[in-house]
Ligand binder design. Sequence first.
Ligand code: SF4
Length: 377
Amino acid sequence: MIISPQEIQNRLLEWFGKNGRHWIPWKLKKDGSIPKSGESISPYEIWIAEVMLQQTQLKVVLPYWEKWMEFFPALTDLAKANLEDILFVWQGLGYYSRAKRIHQSSKKLIKCFGENSCQDPASWPVELDEWMSLPGIGRSTAGSIISSAFDLPIPILDGNVKRILSRLFATEKTLIKEDKRLWELSSLLISTKNPRDFNQALMDFGTIICTPKKPSCSCCPIQNFCVAYTKYDPQHFPKKQMQTRKPLQEIGIGIVFNQNGELLIDQRLESSSMGGMWEFPGGKKISDESIEETIVRELKEELGIVVRVGAKLLSFEHAYTHKKLFFTVHICDWISGKPKPLASQKLLWVAPEKLFDFPFPAANTKIISELHKHLCI
Ligand code: SF4
């Protein structure tokens, strides 16, 4: 079978014209209209959205992006904001290091290009290596920002594009091993006339037609070029990595009240994962220890306080990328010792009804909701 890049481009662009998601807000001009071919639009909104979209679906990202634009409508607002406010807006979206890297990048951009220049799309970087030099921006994210903002022919290789290409060319190796070849294929296919539309067409096509499970091959405009469809079963592509089981770790958490009815929260070290977020104190259970003993030991080690472990509030499992944690949360009485941030950057006594004023990781927000129910707040 002869694969014609030109024909694939034409068919995908035609499909995109009729079926694409032309409403995505960061792909539009400020007045809500669709940019013309070759016209530049503001990269700021696209950049924020592209980072939010890493490991997260568009429908989940949309409300966070809208909230972000209310709080930080321009690069200068973002660069001046403090990290805690940024984490507060990001709260619930997960992978918090992304928010920290956006903040670092905003300061770097302002330093390189000046406060006023960033109002004009033409003054933003257009080179791949300039974008990739920013924290948290890989080649595909950079390509998507540049092609979407400036309509330049820079290829992308996100999860959707990898899947489409691995099926189109029936690549035998797993995605990690095929990375170099898939980049070559994406570069080969990109349209030089309509790169913005073409990259968006690929993303929309992967979301709507060439989906991970049960792709809609019967209405696929490039079906006759697809090796996986004509020779094999498309669902067998891309080839899967051997799955490793996520290890499960038990965590004991203490909700420590003082005589004023306030409870103790601590702020994670900047250098740790989810740095700058707030959480309830606690830590990992070690073998042969009961969860109550874990809480007593962790609070002694991390806060220098002695507590009496009381009733259990809740327990639940929470999955992260590489691990699963099983949390058990107990209400505790504070017996002695002045709390000190021995393993965190700050401690605060907070009234329970004020907890949602602080940025907490998703697992901790479950605890807050259950605590509010328990306290009838
Ligand atoms: S034929 Fe099916 S598997 Fe092949 S590109 Fe089209 S939707 Fe994807």
